[in-house]
Ligand binder design. Structure first.
Ligand code: MN
Ligand code: MN
Length: 417
């Protein structure tokens, strides 16, 4: 019996002999469920699945689960993918920046992301913003500066794999170092954030009368003449000198801040490892200053899967670093959508919605799970089912006891065990 015929037969098995279409017409089935049930699902080679009109084979090849969704997908689910490659790149001498915010990806209400490049010497100018900023160094080397709430200075050098966090309203800067500057990912605890709307030192000065600046600083007005007339945002400057000299000069008589705004990820032990992969969880229990952003950095080996799970406390913002993946978000009410991901893509899952992330390639899949929270929380389907009375689970799922006994009894995170 062909798949199509089987489904046709199943679809005609209605309540009290009524077809699902008749049930829907009688108002006894939600429309989406009826639609799903009555359709025989076309296979890949079926004429029903063909797309003879205009198309973009490159986009289709990268998104096989949109081109031919799995039969389990159904109903309208808000799009939860946006590639950084589609974002506007704000080009400057000294580097560039691009962002994925609620404007690019409407579902992403709680978190926005920025991908930024700085050349050696290139500066993301002194600034602050209303959102908290979590960062991961993706490439190269950079020097970051800030002051704490006591006005004490913080200056540090960061390299690939390092993190930093600057709380709301804390002023800071980033500058690329030798040999080739840096690229980094910024994650903000507000989907509405934009790099276009930050408090910039030069922008502020350009919009303050010079006689006020003169009175404020107690220096002559002519000293302000060379101040920029508009914001710099990113600009090319000279590569800074040795770190200790900058630290000493910035500390002055107050001394350096006792707070560490940077975090060395490489020195952090792996939180969980299995045959399928590994995960590092970094929240405020380890990275003290990061009180509004929690992170999991996940590696899934080929053939592995980040198991079916959900997060009770926060939406999940994802950034794909390498490999390829697919994820289904089950959006309740019979709705589900599967989308495909690759390096540079942003994904999003709303709070409590079930999902998995499967490695679809033959190389390691690496991605970030980011949460607007001080703590990381998740629950796995397997641990739920194995810590519920067995007869109750069997009565729901129609599986036998041996199958239930075979399920992992604790959260594995990345399967296989
Ligand atoms: Mn910033
Ligand atoms: Mn998740």
């Amino acid at each position: 019996m062909s798949e199509g015929v089987k489904r046709e037969k199943y679809s005609r098995r209605g309540f009290l002999g009524m077809s699902s279409a008749a049930l829907a017409a009688a108002g006894m089935l939600p429309a989406a469920a009826a639609e799903q049930e009555q359709k025989p699902y076309p296979s890949k080679d079926d004429r029903s699945a063909s797309a003879p009109g205009p198309g973009n084979p490159a986009v289709d090849a990268q998104n096989p689960d949109s081109f031919l969704p799995p039969p389990t997908d159904a109903g309208g689910v808000q799009t939860f993918k946006y590639p950084f490659g589609l974002s506007h790149k704000r080009m400057q001498e000294g580097g560039w920046s691009r962002e994925v915010t609620i404007r690019e990806l409407p579902v992403s209400k709680s978190i926005a992301g920025v991908d930024m490049r700085l050349t050696a010497g290139g500066v993301r100018e002194l600034h602050w913003h209303t959102a908290g900023e979590w960062a991961l160094m993706l490439y190269g080397n950079a020097r970051i500066t800030a002051i704490d709430l006591d006005g004490k200075s913080f200056v540090a050098d960061v390299t690939e794999g390092d993190l930093w966090y600057f709380p709301t309203g804390i002023p800071h800067s980033i500058q690329g170092l030798k040999p080739d500057g840096a690229e980094f990912l910024l994650v903000f605890d507000d989907g509405n954030f934009s790099e276009y709307e930050t408090v910039l030192l030069t922008d502020w000065m350009a919009h303050t009368p010079h006689d006020v600046l003169s009175a404020n600083f107690g220096v002559g007005e002519q000293a302000m003449e060379k101040m920029p007339r508009r914001e710099k945002f990113i600009f090319q400057s000279a590569v800074p000198g040795p770190l200790v000299e900058d630290q000493k000069a910035a500390a002055g008589s107050l001394g350096a801040s006792s707070q560490d705004f940077a975090f060395r990820l490489a020195q952090q032990p792996i939180s969980k490892r299995s045959k399928g992969g590994e995960v590092r969880i970094i929240d405020s229990s380890k990275f003290k200053v990061s009180t509004t952003i929690a992170a999991a950095i996940v590696t899934v080996h080929p053939g592995g899967i980040r198991e079916l799970h959900w997060h009770p406390n926060a939406d999940e913002w994802q950034y794909f670093m390498s490999g390829t993946a697919r994820m289904t978000v089950f959006a309740t009410g019979g709705r589900a959508r599967t989308m495909d991901f690759q390096a540079g893509d942003v994904g999003y899952v709303q709070k409590t919605l079930p999902h998995y992330v499967q490695n679809t390639g033959d190389t390691d899949l690496k991605f970030l799970e980011m949460f607007k929270s001080n703590v990381y929380q998740d629950l796995a389907l397997s641990e739920w089912l194995t810590h519920t009375p067995p007869q109750l689970v069997i009565a729901h799922l129609g599986i036998d006891k041996a199958t239930l006994d075979a399920l992992p009894r604790e959260e594995i995170v990345v399967m296989p065990e």
